[in-house]
Design a protein around this ligand. Structure first.
Ligand code: SF4
Length: 326
């Protein structure tokens, strides 16, 4: 831990009114200081159980909005307001309303990586861990799914429903850095390693996986698998936790440059400042929050009764049409 800004005792004093939540992609110092480290769904659940007046949310904008919506009586603070997910920004509410007008018979399932205004237009949310379960749990046969077209592609392979990506180009700027060639190279270098790939990666990358996993499913798979080595296709921040929780195993990032710049805006100095000043308070318009919360609550309810699948073994042998690069 970096003690240049705050020593151990000072940190203890500063954090006494806070529950600190950190996404798996945060810098190691923040992950180590957090009360809870996890993925979007895990953090949503942790935020809902919080028993302190403040939440310090170390992740990106849409995640902090979820925490604020689930905890209207708590103050949610972030280290940096500029930690905004570009994928979430790709689906403004207006664009979703246009798609709904075009497909009035479709249900709307949105990846949790969306902002409150778009969520207010959704029937239900999902995460990368539970997307397949959520889509298969709803009645409609036609689904508007946004904003990640690569996750939409993954879901479409595990359901009979018609999946319409909205927008057609939605993607994570970090995961699309990972190309097929990078995985092939890693597999050549580490032939014994099990390959775990995040569903925000391109389809052609997903097809090279042993398992398609959300970050939390990667943690689970790494613990349960008999393999001693793993090739990891996601943002490199996850490797800190994988190594920490599995000291006898080896983890190799498919691509060291798969770094989410926006997640890394939350530096240790800003983290300490946020605890000291309690200034960057996340606010969501109450009318929008109420509507958006319904979709979030529906996801949490469905997830409790229908737990997500474990890591999904990759399905091979299908074409990958319509998966052009950005
Ligand atoms: S990793 Fe991708 S989806 Fe996650 S916050 Fe960064 S840009 Fe958004």
């Amino acid at each position: 831990m970096n003690h240049s800004v705050a020593g151990k005792e000072e940190l203890q004093e500063l954090r006494k009114d806070f529950v600190i939540l950190s996404h798996n992609y945060q810098i190691p110092e923040i992950q180590d200081a957090a009360d809870f480290v996890g993925d979007s769904l895990g953090l949503c659940r942790a935020a809902a159980k919080v028993d302190k007046p403040y939440i310090l949310f170390c992740g990106v904008d849409f995640m902090a909005e979820s925490a604020a919506m689930l905890n209207p009586d708590k103050t949610v603070v972030v280290p940096d307001f500029n930690a905004r997910c570009p994928m979430a920004a790709m689906l403004p509410a207006k664009k979703l309303r246009e798609a709904k007008e075009k497909h009035p018979d479709a249900a709307v399932v949105l990846y949790i990586n969306t902002l409150a205004e778009a969520r207010a237009e959704a029937d239900i949310l999902c995460t990368s861990a539970n997307a397949v379960t959520i889509v298969n749990s709803i009645e409609e046969d036609k689904i508007l799914f946004g904003p990640d077209k690569n996750l939409a592609w993954h879901v479409s392979r595990y359901t009979d429903k018609e999946i319409i990506p909205v927008p057609y180009y939605g993607h994570c700027r970090t995961h699309v850095f990972i190309k097929k060639e990078h995985v092939l190279e890693a597999k050549k270098k580490y032939p014994e390693a099990e390959v775990l790939i995040h569903p925000e990666c391109y389809p052609e990358v997903q097809l090279l996986a042993d398992y398609i996993c959300s970050t939390e499913q990667m943690i689970k798979r790494a613990k349960e698998s008999d393999a001693r080595e793993f090739i990891i296709g996601t943002e490199v921040g996850l490797l800190h936790r994988l190594k920490k929780e599995n000291p006898g195993k080896k983890f190799y990032a498919v691509l060291d440059k798969a770094i989410c710049i926006t997640m890394k805006k939350n530096t240790w100095d800003k983290f300490i400042l946020a605890l000291k000043e309690k200034k960057n308070v996340v606010k969501v318009d109450p009318v929008i929050a109420e509507k958006a919360r319904e979709a979030l609550d529906r996801m949490l309810e469905t997830s409790s009764s229908k737990p997500p699948l474990g890591p999904v073994p990759v399905k091979l042998g299908e074409d990958i049409e319509g998966t052009e690069r950005h």
